[in-house]
Design a binder for this molecule. Structure first.
Ligand code: FAD
Length: 304
């Protein structure tokens, strides 16, 4: 039986782990991967203490810090939580292998994951030409033709990053215009190697061993296959909480929390991008991880 189980190893989960272990609570951190969305950021310019640092380097700094915590903390990376329940004495956390872990308190810090298009071929080619992180994968598409699906800031970020390495980029956007930061929009719209398909729907990803094309339907109704070897899906993020059926959510699927980051279930907290508190930033997620761990410690003290 652990005092605290933390689900998720992004900035919120890692910070919660540091605070929880330093309060001498027997803590288990279960995560699919360490770092979370932070590793996808090329340059972070708004984390106090670093005027500029890459997301990958900031993740290493977090990990170095975690390694200094040698007592009361167990970290299990590569563990995907698939179920969360409550019995009379504890919370029961089940991972994909079927193994179960028990704790008096749980902090959900499972953040957000990229939204999928849900079109034929997309799942099959994930990692084989379909990508969700231009910062990470753009270098693989040097002098190749690619498509970016989406019309907001993340799509524009991807278009801009790819315009520097790829040969030709197709911007495929279901809306009439790209929407977001005007400076970024101006840079993207003046890039000579980007072609714009607005009011266009994606209908399928095609290929054999890897992607060879993206099927779209243009505003005229005509269908076309864009001959590309990469499709970057940049249509936003959704809460990563399919394992949780016991908390109340808002209309976006985010977990509702009170001022102590406690959910509607006593002893169950949610920190970072997964909850319905506003502000989706590394420093806010880290701050909420700290706050949730302190609130969890107070809750456990009250139980005694
Ligand atoms: C491209 C990009 C650039 C960004 N740039 C910046 C920036 O410059 N500055 C800034 O402040 N913010 C930036 N952000 C936002 C910032 O990264 C997020 O707000 C922050 O990472 C949220 O932290 P989190 O810990 O709540 O969740 P996440 O970072 O999403 O971490 C969630 C963790 O939970 C794990 N997990 C998920 N589901 C499960 C499960 N079922 N079982 C076990 N583990 C699970 C994941 O593996 C991951 O480790 C950026 C985001 C993106 C996508």
């Amino acid at each position: 039986m652990y005092d605290v189980i933390i689900i998720g190893g992004g900035p919120a989960g890692q910070t919660a782990a540091i605070y929880s272990a330093r309060k001498k609570l027997k803590t288990l951190l279960l995560t699919k991967q360490i770092g979370g969305q932070m590793v996808w950021s090329s340059d972070v310019e708004n984390y106090t203490g670093f005027s500029v640092i890459s997301g990958a380097d900031l993740t290493l700094k977090f990990q170095e810090h975690l390694k200094t915590i040698t007592e009361d903390l167990e970290i299990k990376e590569g563990f995907e939580v698939v179920d969360l329940e409550q019995n009379i004495t504890s919370f029961v956390v089940t991972v994909k292998t079927g193994e179960q872990f028990f704790a008096k308190v749980v902090i959900i810090a499972s953040g957000k994951e990229p939204r999928h298009l849900g079109i034929p071929g997309e799942e099959r080619f994930y990692g084989k030409g379909v990508a969700v992180c231009a910062t990470c994968d753009a270098p693989f598409y040097k002098n190749k033709d690619v498509a970016v699906v989406g019309g907001g800031n993340s799509a524009m970020d991807a278009l801009f990053a790819l315009s520097k390495v790829a040969r030709k980029i197709y911007s495929v956007n279901i809306s009439e215009h790209l929407r977001g930061d005007n400076v970024l929009k101006a840079k993207v719209e003046s890039s000579p190697n980007i072609s714009f398909y607005n009011l266009a729907k994606t209908i399928g990803v095609v290929g054999e061993k890897g992607v060879t094309g993206l099927r779209i339907q243009k505003s005229s109704g005509e269908e076309e296959t864009l001959m590309v070897s990469g499709v970057f899906v940049e249509i936003g993020y959704v809460p990563s909480n399919s394992f949780d059926h016991i908390t109340e959510k808002n209309e976006k699927g985010e977990i509702k929390v009170d001022g102590n980051l406690q959910t509607n279930v006593p002893g169950l907290f949610a920190a970072g991008d997964i909850n319905d508190a506003w502000g989706e930033q590394i420093i806010i997620a880290a701050g909420e991880g700290a706050k949730a761990a302190i609130a969890a410690a107070n809750y456990l003290n009250q139980l005694k």
